[in-house]
Design a protein around this ligand. Sequence first.
Ligand SMILES: Nc1ncnc2c1ncn2[C@@H]1O[C@H](COP(=O)(O)OP(=O)(O)OP(=O)(O)O)[C@@H](O)[C@H]1O
Ligand SMILES: [Mg+2]
Length: 348
Amino acid sequence: MPGATAQTAARRASHVPVQPGVPLLSVQDLTIGIRGSAGRSVAIVEGVSFDVAPGQRMGIVGESGSGKSLTLRAIAGLLPKPVEVLSGRVEYGGADLLTMPAKKRRTLMGPEIAMIFQEPMTALNPVVRVGDQIAEGPRRHLGMSAKEAGELAVSMMARTGIPDPRRRARAYPHELSGGLRQRIMIAMAVSCGPRLLLCDEPTTALDVTVQLQVLRLLERLCSDTGTSLVFVTHDLAVINQTCSELAVMYAGHIVESGRVAEVFRQPRHPYTRGLLESAPDFDRPDRELIPIPGFPPNVADRPAGCPFAPRCGYVRDHCTEAMPPLAEVAPGRLSACYESDRLTEVLA
Ligand SMILES: Nc1ncnc2c1ncn2[C@@H]1O[C@H](COP(=O)(O)OP(=O)(O)OP(=O)(O)O)[C@@H](O)[C@H]1O
Ligand SMILES: [Mg+2]
């Protein structure tokens, strides 16, 4: 049923007023880490700030361990112990999610904010039929009857391209393939028509053709309902297909952000440039891939100054003295690099 998501979005009770000109999500100076004794905390993600406007699709990219998942989990209130938010704000429609009473926050999770995880088996209940799992949100949050929510679950499954959805709704997660389980999780996440969808590598575990179908599906669902997206991946090609805005993370910091097309055309941080030059480009298979030398630093043992300095071809003395601030280097483009003026090359 093509209108299913639009219908749910229309039924969604508004928990937070979204005002024109106010970002839907605003992450401000967020520091995440592990609190130690005598104030000796270890920061894993440090000073991360970004805004997501209603309907905007924002990608977060970076190497393994750069802090992408922790950033997303902090927004959803799902940080794994002993990791916690050490400072900063996460505002949703102007309300601070971090200081909001847990009860109020729970009313937002599902109908307003939903999350899709990398491995669906961790998010699905193994002993509940998948149709019932999808129906639970609409029953609880949209006040639907069991029958109504069951019908919605079937139409959501059809919408996510699951063949024979009425029969499959009665299946348990282990009876379905990885691709179908991922679609079930998407159907579950969008069943209440959330305004903000947080996706953590939702297609990494899938083979390439299924990956493409799932990305197209997510894109279509978001455009149908005006849902905003924060999409975490280490795959630049996936960002290019799905997002309009991009934040690049390195060792717990955002080092560059801007519009995807512009960042790809002319990266203004050496790490972004390195990522683009080391990633295969399917349109130009003969292009030489240039790997980034060295390894990212251990979070507990970050060097002074810019964490990318030990691997950077543009490094100068001041880079190792203090962390460069994330500053506007062109309209709508931020880079945390003292040498960003030297990065003027346009990548074809
Ligand atoms: N539960 C935890 N306890 C302690 N440290 C953790 C925990 N989870 C993550 N970390 C630390 O935080 C760092 C960032 O983790 P995060 O999962 O956000 O990385 P990521 O960018 O999502 O990486 P990947 O691409 O591998 O998923 C990790 O390198 C690890 O050192
Ligand atoms: Mg991760």
